[in-house]
Write a protein of this length. Structure first.
Length: 343
């Protein structure tokens, strides 16, 4: 890991979407990681931006307070505040960024801005007080799969990354969530599909995979093929979904996961890397983990996933980027504003 003789305490804040989270890190070790999930969106089948910002306003003070308390670190022992600057929802990001700016000014410590997608990648380098987690070696390929993004990134050193491919339409998590919605499952649908697939046959049904050359991804054709397939079968049997829910979930999951692996395997061959990582919310998927592990074993490649608690949005992953940037003196000025789309 990164060597420093000092102990750096960082408070990290994440509010880019619908989870308000705060964490305290001592170097790369997570002392606390508090996440307040916003249940308010479930009834709408997706995140409602205005409600998300309001919930962040309510949550931010108690969540930060609890993170400091659980870490047994006082505000005055902090060396810097790291905060997600983007990409994400503007109103949600503003809550975290404004709070972090004010606190860093009142404590007179540096503010560090963090890209949410970088944070997913560097979540691989977190440790717990009683657990050192195996880490990939440079150079490695990172497949970033979340609700809003799907990217293949070549990681050559700490904070040194190069995007080699990304989605041209929906993200992988979005594909899970939209398919789940068609099946009548609650939002977010990814974890429901994961669970229901466990008793299903992944080869029961075939859905089309897009034929896009290179490392870019597309999920919209797959979505349409699932939609038409369900519509045609429901015409004949209105209980088609209920009767086949396990096979449907397993087949949809297989289509998405095998497509992600095809692109990753292609990049592994071209870039000649021996270490691969999958990060972001979708990396929590149990089928994805076993499918990638099996491929890795057969191809003499090592595959890494973040600890389960660091896969979906959390502030600990923001804190590790804060730590890495702090060591390089990469602090932000007080004029920074959030950005909503990854540049
Ligand atoms: O990284 P994340 O928490 O938030 C964003 O940055 O978007 O990712 C959330 C996404 C959602 O689309 C959710 O359905 C998906 O991750 N997800 C899963 C699983 N757990 C979360 N997808 C498939 N299987 C899972 N077990
Ligand atoms: Zn995320």
């Amino acid at each position: 890991m990164i060597h420093t003789n000092k102990n750096i305490n960082i408070l990290a804040i994440e509010s880019s979407c619908d989870d308000t989270s705060a964490a305290v890190l001592k170097n790369n070790v997570v002392l606390s990681n508090i996440i307040a999930n916003q249940r308010v969106h479930e009834q709408y089948g997706g995140v409602v931006p205005e409600l998300a910002s309001r919930a962040h306003q309510l949550n931010i003070v108690p969540v930060v307070h609890m993170a400091l308390q659980n870490a047994k670190i006082s505000k005055t022992d902090l060396h810097a505040i790291a905060v997600t600057r983007g990409p994400g929802l503007l109103g949600s990001l503003l809550v975290g960024v404004t709070f972090a700016k004010s606190l860093s000014q009142s404590l007179q410590i540096p503010l560090i801005d963090v890209n949410h997608l970088d944070a997913h990648i560097w979540s691989l380098f977190l440790d717990l007080p009683d657990m050192i987690i195996p880490k990939p070696q440079f150079p490695f390929l990172a497949l970033v799969v979340s609700g809003g993004h799907t990217k293949l990134v070549l990681v050559t050193d700490f904070l040194e990354t190069q995007t080699i491919g990304e989605t041209i339409d929906d993200a992988a998590g979005e594909a899970f969530d939209k398919a789940a919605k068609m099946l009548g499952l609650p939002y977010p649908g990814g974890p429901h599909i994961d669970k229901l697939s466990q008793n299903g046959n992944p080869k029961a049904y075939q859905f089309s995979k897009p034929q896009i050359a290179g490392y870019n991804f597309s999920f919209s054709g797959m979505k349409t093929s699932i939609l038409y397939f369900l519509r045609d079968n429901l015409k004949v049997n209105e209980s088609f979904i209920q009767q086949n829910i396990h096979d449907l979930c397993a087949s949809i999951q297989h289509t998405i996961v095998s497509y992600l692996l095809e692109k990753t395997a292609l990049a592994v061959r071209e870039y000649q890397v021996k270490h691969v990582a999958v990060v972001g919310g979708v990396s929590a998927n149990s089928y994805l983990k076993s499918y990638f592990k099996q491929w890795a074993d057969e191809n003499n490649v090592l595959v890494y996933f973040p600890e389960f608690q660091f896969t979906t949005d959390n502030a600990a992953m923001v804190g590790i980027v804060g730590f890495l940037k702090y060591l390089k003196g990469l602090t932000a000025n007080e004029q920074i504003v959030p950005f909503t789309i990854d540049a």
